[in-house]
Write a protein that binds this ligand. Structure first.
Ligand code: ATP
Length: 205
């Protein structure tokens, strides 16, 4: 793939969507791995069929869509089930992401993914930007947004890559403890650096 792609990641509630909205408003193509992940498990897709065959009707709603709360509880309670589910979905997600990135017509493209490192999607990007907040902020913002119970959010944080490791693997880290204006200022400064990096001429040097 020849296109220059920024990978955007961070823990639950860190502000990935807030950041990716900023890039989209600048005209950059944003591919959201969460959106793609929903597309590949639509009824009758291969991953949907595998999930139905393993778990039966419990995993489905009346309209045939996946019962996401049921599946979430299942895989966060049992690591082996999480691995199995990822094996069914990750290759299809990756293929669809590659297609969307290849079609992108903008100065560079952004791949936003909560599992950028864990799912090997990092191989699809030239640079990684982590949106970082501490666990207290993650809990506050994610529970205010979703009305999720804090225990569930804590379990998701535990299942995700530790914060220090995520930041250590990043090329750039934006601290999102401040307000949205502060986030956007930092993104603007980074975007100014990314534009020349993404020029084909600078990539052949
Ligand atoms: P998830 O991994 O759960 O999808 P996310 O990383 O995409 O989360 P967002 O949805 O962007 O996180 O942010 C979580 C919540 O915090 C949202 O309600 C968002 O509006 C809010 N938020 C994000 N950044 C800030 C900020 N700097 N100040 C105040 N609220 C913020």
């Amino acid at each position: 793939m020849s296109r220059w792609v920024l990978g955007l990641t961070g823990g639950i509630g860190s502000g990935k969507t807030a950041a990716s909205n900023w890039f989209a408003q600048r005209g950059l193509v944003v591919v959201d791995a969460d959106v793609v992940a929903r597309e590949v498990v639509q009824p009758q897709q291969p991953a949907w069929c595998a999930i139905r065959d393993r778990y039966g009707a419990d995993a489905l709603l009346d309209d045939g869509q996946l019962n996401r709360p049921w599946l979430r509880t299942k895989v966060f309670a049992d690591a082996a089930e999480r691995v199995w589910l990822e094996q069914q979905t990750h290759p299809a997600i990756r293929d669809a992401i590659v297609q969307q990135l290849q079609r992108a017509q903008s100065l560079y493209a952004v791949l936003v993914s909560p599992l950028l490192f864990e799912s090997q999607q990092v191989q699809l990007v030239q640079r990684v930007l982590v949106i970082d907040v501490d666990e207290t902020t993650q809990l506050q913002r994610a529970s205010a947004r979703d009305g999720n119970d804090e225990e569930q959010i804590k379990r998701i944080i535990q299942a995700q890559m530790p914060r220090a490791e995520r930041c250590a693997r990043a090329d750039d880290v934006v601290n999102n403890e401040g307000d949205l204006a502060h986030l956007q200022q930092q993104l603007h400064a980074l975007h100014t650096r990314y534009v020349p990096l993404a020029q084909p001429s600078s990539r052949t040097l």
